[in-house]
Design a protein around this ligand. Structure first.
Ligand code: 5RP
Length: 276
Protein backbone atom coordinates (compact mmCIF):
# COMPACT_ATOMS: atom_id res chain seq x y z
CA UNK A 1 0.00 0.00 0.00
CA UNK A 2 1.33 3.42 -0.93
CA UNK A 3 0.79 6.28 1.42
CA UNK A 4 0.42 9.92 0.57
CA UNK A 5 3.44 11.73 1.84
CA UNK A 6 3.25 15.08 0.11
CA UNK A 7 1.49 18.29 0.98
CA UNK A 8 0.02 20.83 -1.36
CA UNK A 9 0.72 24.49 -1.71
CA UNK A 10 -2.53 25.74 -3.24
CA UNK A 11 -6.13 24.78 -3.99
CA UNK A 12 -6.46 22.53 -0.97
CA UNK A 13 -8.67 19.51 -0.77
CA UNK A 14 -8.46 18.15 2.72
CA UNK A 15 -8.49 14.44 3.48
CA UNK A 16 -9.83 14.05 6.93
CA UNK A 17 -10.04 10.31 7.15
CA UNK A 18 -6.97 8.49 8.48
CA UNK A 19 -7.20 5.92 5.71
CA UNK A 20 -8.99 5.65 2.41
CA UNK A 21 -11.48 2.98 1.61
CA UNK A 22 -12.90 1.51 -1.54
CA UNK A 23 -15.74 3.38 -3.20
CA UNK A 24 -17.59 1.29 -5.72
CA UNK A 25 -18.59 2.79 -9.04
CA UNK A 26 -22.09 1.81 -10.04
CA UNK A 27 -21.54 1.07 -13.74
CA UNK A 28 -21.88 -2.66 -14.37
CA UNK A 29 -19.23 -2.38 -17.07
CA UNK A 30 -16.40 -1.26 -14.86
CA UNK A 31 -14.77 -2.61 -11.77
CA UNK A 32 -12.94 -0.56 -9.22
CA UNK A 33 -10.22 -1.22 -6.74
CA UNK A 34 -8.34 0.96 -4.32
CA UNK A 35 -4.66 0.82 -3.80
CA UNK A 36 -3.83 3.89 -1.79
CA UNK A 37 -3.99 4.46 1.89
CA UNK A 38 -3.78 8.07 2.93
CA UNK A 39 -2.87 9.85 6.07
CA UNK A 40 -4.67 13.02 7.00
CA UNK A 41 -3.22 15.34 4.36
CA UNK A 42 -4.35 18.25 2.23
CA UNK A 43 -4.12 17.62 -1.49
CA UNK A 44 -4.20 20.12 -4.34
CA UNK A 45 -5.58 19.23 -7.77
CA UNK A 46 -1.98 18.92 -8.96
CA UNK A 47 -1.25 16.52 -6.11
CA UNK A 48 -4.15 14.37 -7.27
CA UNK A 49 -2.93 14.40 -10.87
CA UNK A 50 0.54 13.43 -9.69
CA UNK A 51 -0.83 10.64 -7.55
CA UNK A 52 -2.80 9.14 -10.46
CA UNK A 53 0.16 9.52 -12.84
CA UNK A 54 2.64 7.91 -10.48
CA UNK A 55 0.28 5.02 -9.85
CA UNK A 56 0.14 4.38 -13.61
CA UNK A 57 3.93 4.45 -13.92
CA UNK A 58 4.06 1.47 -11.55
CA UNK A 59 2.76 -0.62 -14.49
CA UNK A 60 5.92 0.06 -16.53
CA UNK A 61 8.33 -2.86 -16.93
CA UNK A 62 11.84 -2.90 -18.43
CA UNK A 63 11.83 -3.50 -22.17
CA UNK A 64 8.55 -1.70 -22.79
CA UNK A 65 7.75 0.66 -25.64
CA UNK A 66 5.73 3.47 -24.03
CA UNK A 67 3.27 5.99 -25.39
CA UNK A 68 3.92 9.28 -23.60
CA UNK A 69 0.81 11.41 -23.23
CA UNK A 70 0.33 15.17 -23.29
CA UNK A 71 -1.09 17.56 -20.71
CA UNK A 72 -0.52 18.48 -17.10
CA UNK A 73 -1.40 15.03 -15.71
CA UNK A 74 0.58 13.07 -18.29
CA UNK A 75 3.54 15.38 -17.61
CA UNK A 76 3.70 14.03 -14.05
CA UNK A 77 3.98 10.50 -15.48
CA UNK A 78 6.77 11.58 -17.85
CA UNK A 79 8.57 13.25 -14.94
CA UNK A 80 8.33 10.10 -12.87
CA UNK A 81 9.63 7.94 -15.75
CA UNK A 82 12.58 10.32 -16.05
CA UNK A 83 13.26 10.08 -12.32
CA UNK A 84 13.11 6.27 -12.29
CA UNK A 85 15.46 6.09 -15.28
CA UNK A 86 17.90 8.51 -13.66
CA UNK A 87 17.94 6.55 -10.42
CA UNK A 88 18.38 3.24 -12.22
CA UNK A 89 15.08 1.84 -10.92
CA UNK A 90 13.84 1.61 -14.51
CA UNK A 91 15.82 0.70 -17.61
CA UNK A 92 15.54 -0.41 -21.21
CA UNK A 93 12.39 1.48 -22.08
CA UNK A 94 11.73 3.73 -25.04
CA UNK A 95 9.00 6.34 -25.42
CA UNK A 96 6.90 7.69 -28.26
CA UNK A 97 5.77 11.24 -27.43
CA UNK A 98 2.28 12.41 -28.43
CA UNK A 99 3.25 16.05 -28.94
CA UNK A 100 6.22 18.33 -29.46
CA UNK A 101 5.73 19.53 -25.86
CA UNK A 102 6.04 16.01 -24.48
CA UNK A 103 8.96 15.29 -26.79
CA UNK A 104 10.80 18.29 -25.37
CA UNK A 105 10.03 17.27 -21.78
CA UNK A 106 11.09 13.64 -22.38
CA UNK A 107 14.33 14.71 -24.07
CA UNK A 108 15.15 17.02 -21.17
CA UNK A 109 14.77 14.06 -18.81
CA UNK A 110 16.92 11.75 -20.90
CA UNK A 111 14.08 9.40 -21.88
CA UNK A 112 15.08 7.57 -25.08
CA UNK A 113 12.59 8.33 -27.86
CA UNK A 114 11.56 6.40 -30.95
CA UNK A 115 8.84 6.79 -33.59
CA UNK A 116 5.77 4.76 -34.50
CA UNK A 117 7.37 4.21 -37.91
CA UNK A 118 10.09 2.08 -36.33
CA UNK A 119 8.10 0.83 -33.30
CA UNK A 120 4.53 0.23 -34.45
CA UNK A 121 3.75 -1.92 -31.40
CA UNK A 122 3.34 -0.06 -28.12
CA UNK A 123 3.15 -1.95 -24.83
CA UNK A 124 1.68 0.75 -22.66
CA UNK A 125 0.45 4.31 -23.18
CA UNK A 126 -0.24 6.64 -20.26
CA UNK A 127 -2.21 9.83 -20.88
CA UNK A 128 -4.66 12.24 -19.32
CA UNK A 129 -8.23 12.94 -20.41
CA UNK A 130 -10.71 15.79 -20.37
CA UNK A 131 -13.78 13.69 -19.72
CA UNK A 132 -14.17 10.09 -18.57
CA UNK A 133 -17.59 8.42 -18.67
CA UNK A 134 -18.69 5.30 -16.75
CA UNK A 135 -17.77 3.06 -19.72
CA UNK A 136 -14.22 4.48 -19.76
CA UNK A 137 -14.93 6.34 -22.99
CA UNK A 138 -13.16 9.66 -23.17
CA UNK A 139 -13.00 13.16 -24.52
CA UNK A 140 -9.40 14.19 -25.11
CA UNK A 141 -7.57 16.94 -26.90
CA UNK A 142 -8.21 20.12 -24.96
CA UNK A 143 -4.42 20.26 -24.88
CA UNK A 144 -4.46 20.15 -28.69
CA UNK A 145 -2.59 16.86 -29.13
CA UNK A 146 -5.54 14.64 -30.05
CA UNK A 147 -4.28 13.41 -33.41
CA UNK A 148 -0.93 12.06 -32.24
CA UNK A 149 -2.52 10.86 -29.01
CA UNK A 150 -5.09 8.85 -30.91
CA UNK A 151 -2.51 7.38 -33.30
CA UNK A 152 -0.33 6.26 -30.40
CA UNK A 153 -3.06 5.12 -28.05
CA UNK A 154 -4.97 3.22 -30.71
CA UNK A 155 -2.07 0.83 -31.18
CA UNK A 156 -1.10 0.53 -27.53
CA UNK A 157 -1.71 -2.89 -26.05
CA UNK A 158 -2.60 -1.20 -22.78
CA UNK A 159 -3.80 2.38 -22.43
CA UNK A 160 -3.96 3.73 -18.88
CA UNK A 161 -5.76 7.04 -18.43
CA UNK A 162 -4.76 9.23 -15.50
CA UNK A 163 -6.93 12.01 -14.14
CA UNK A 164 -8.29 13.76 -11.10
CA UNK A 165 -11.94 13.25 -10.32
CA UNK A 166 -13.08 16.54 -11.87
CA UNK A 167 -12.87 14.69 -15.21
CA UNK A 168 -15.65 12.21 -14.40
CA UNK A 169 -18.88 12.77 -16.36
CA UNK A 170 -22.07 10.75 -16.68
CA UNK A 171 -22.11 11.27 -20.47
CA UNK A 172 -19.52 12.55 -22.96
CA UNK A 173 -19.91 16.22 -23.76
CA UNK A 174 -21.54 16.61 -20.36
CA UNK A 175 -18.89 18.88 -18.85
CA UNK A 176 -19.99 21.72 -21.12
CA UNK A 177 -16.32 22.25 -21.97
CA UNK A 178 -14.70 21.89 -25.38
CA UNK A 179 -14.84 18.68 -27.41
CA UNK A 180 -12.13 19.25 -30.01
CA UNK A 181 -12.13 18.39 -33.69
CA UNK A 182 -8.90 18.81 -35.65
CA UNK A 183 -9.53 20.14 -39.17
CA UNK A 184 -7.38 21.17 -42.09
CA UNK A 185 -6.93 24.92 -42.37
CA UNK A 186 -8.46 25.04 -45.85
CA UNK A 187 -12.04 26.33 -45.58
CA UNK A 188 -12.24 25.68 -41.84
CA UNK A 189 -15.32 27.91 -41.56
CA UNK A 190 -17.19 25.54 -43.85
CA UNK A 191 -16.45 22.66 -41.49
CA UNK A 192 -17.30 24.77 -38.44
CA UNK A 193 -20.79 25.30 -39.85
CA UNK A 194 -21.14 21.63 -40.82
CA UNK A 195 -20.12 20.49 -37.32
CA UNK A 196 -22.51 22.89 -35.64
CA UNK A 197 -25.34 21.67 -37.89
CA UNK A 198 -24.51 18.03 -37.23
CA UNK A 199 -25.12 18.43 -33.50
CA UNK A 200 -27.79 21.12 -33.42
CA UNK A 201 -30.15 18.81 -31.50
CA UNK A 202 -27.62 18.86 -28.60
CA UNK A 203 -27.54 22.65 -28.57
CA UNK A 204 -24.03 22.55 -30.01
CA UNK A 205 -21.91 25.65 -30.38
CA UNK A 206 -18.69 25.47 -32.41
CA UNK A 207 -15.72 27.81 -32.17
CA UNK A 208 -12.33 28.01 -33.81
CA UNK A 209 -9.69 27.55 -31.08
CA UNK A 210 -7.61 30.66 -30.58
CA UNK A 211 -4.15 30.65 -29.00
CA UNK A 212 -2.69 32.98 -26.38
CA UNK A 213 -1.52 35.32 -29.14
CA UNK A 214 -5.10 35.87 -30.33
CA UNK A 215 -4.41 33.98 -33.56
CA UNK A 216 -5.91 30.64 -34.60
CA UNK A 217 -4.32 27.81 -32.60
CA UNK A 218 -2.19 25.63 -34.91
CA UNK A 219 -1.61 21.99 -33.92
CA UNK A 220 1.69 20.09 -34.13
CA UNK A 221 0.37 18.80 -37.46
CA UNK A 222 -0.30 22.33 -38.81
CA UNK A 223 -4.07 22.01 -38.55
CA UNK A 224 -6.73 24.05 -36.76
CA UNK A 225 -9.03 22.93 -33.96
CA UNK A 226 -12.76 23.53 -33.84
CA UNK A 227 -14.09 23.16 -30.31
CA UNK A 228 -17.63 21.86 -29.89
CA UNK A 229 -19.65 22.82 -26.82
CA UNK A 230 -22.72 20.76 -26.01
CA UNK A 231 -25.62 21.82 -23.83
CA UNK A 232 -26.39 18.19 -23.05
CA UNK A 233 -24.33 14.98 -23.21
CA UNK A 234 -24.17 13.01 -26.43
CA UNK A 235 -26.59 10.08 -26.51
CA UNK A 236 -24.32 7.92 -28.66
CA UNK A 237 -20.63 8.82 -28.78
CA UNK A 238 -19.88 6.14 -31.39
CA UNK A 239 -22.51 7.51 -33.78
CA UNK A 240 -21.24 11.04 -33.15
CA UNK A 241 -17.64 9.97 -33.89
CA UNK A 242 -18.74 8.25 -37.11
CA UNK A 243 -20.66 11.31 -38.31
CA UNK A 244 -17.78 13.70 -37.56
CA UNK A 245 -15.36 11.35 -39.31
CA UNK A 246 -17.44 11.47 -42.50
CA UNK A 247 -16.79 15.19 -42.99
CA UNK A 248 -14.09 15.84 -45.57
CA UNK A 249 -11.37 18.02 -44.08
CA UNK A 250 -11.83 16.63 -40.58
CA UNK A 251 -8.55 15.07 -39.54
CA UNK A 252 -9.48 13.65 -36.11
CA UNK A 253 -11.89 14.15 -33.25
CA UNK A 254 -11.49 14.05 -29.49
CA UNK A 255 -13.82 11.10 -28.81
CA UNK A 256 -11.60 8.23 -27.64
CA UNK A 257 -14.06 5.37 -27.53
CA UNK A 258 -13.36 1.82 -26.40
CA UNK A 259 -9.66 2.62 -26.17
CA UNK A 260 -8.85 2.90 -22.46
CA UNK A 261 -7.85 -0.32 -20.70
CA UNK A 262 -8.12 1.30 -17.30
CA UNK A 263 -8.59 4.72 -15.77
CA UNK A 264 -6.80 5.82 -12.63
CA UNK A 265 -8.80 8.55 -10.93
CA UNK A 266 -7.48 10.43 -7.93
CA UNK A 267 -9.94 12.27 -5.73
CA UNK A 268 -10.28 13.39 -2.17
CA UNK A 269 -11.34 9.88 -1.23
CA UNK A 270 -8.26 8.25 -2.74
CA UNK A 271 -7.20 6.58 -5.95
CA UNK A 272 -9.62 4.44 -7.92
CA UNK A 273 -8.54 2.09 -10.66
CA UNK A 274 -11.46 1.62 -13.02
CA UNK A 275 -11.21 -1.25 -15.48
CA UNK A 276 -13.59 -2.76 -17.98
O1 5RP B 1 -5.89 15.31 -24.35
C1 5RP B 1 -5.03 15.98 -23.83
C2 5RP B 1 -4.10 16.82 -24.59
O2 5RP B 1 -4.41 16.85 -25.95
C3 5RP B 1 -4.85 15.93 -22.36
O3 5RP B 1 -4.55 14.63 -21.97
C4 5RP B 1 -6.11 16.39 -21.71
O4 5RP B 1 -6.40 17.69 -22.20
C5 5RP B 1 -5.98 16.42 -20.18
O5 5RP B 1 -5.05 17.39 -19.83
P1 5RP B 1 -4.73 17.73 -18.32
O6 5RP B 1 -4.09 16.52 -17.74
O7 5RP B 1 -3.82 18.92 -18.40
O8 5RP B 1 -6.04 18.07 -17.66
Amino acid sequence: MASLSFLSSSHHLTLRTPSLTLRKISSPRTSVSFSVKAQSVALSQDDLKKLAAEKAVEAIKPGMVLGLGTGSTAAFAVDQIGKLLASGQLHDIVGIPTSKRTEEQARSLGIPLVALDTHPRIDLAIDGADEVDPNLDLVKGRGGALLREKMVEAVAEKFIVVADDTKLVTGLGGSGLAMPVEVVQFCWKFNLIRLKDLFKEFGCDAKLRVGGDGEAYVTDNSNYIIDLYFKEPLKDGFAAGREIGKLEGVVEHGLFLGMATSVIIAGKNGVEVMTK
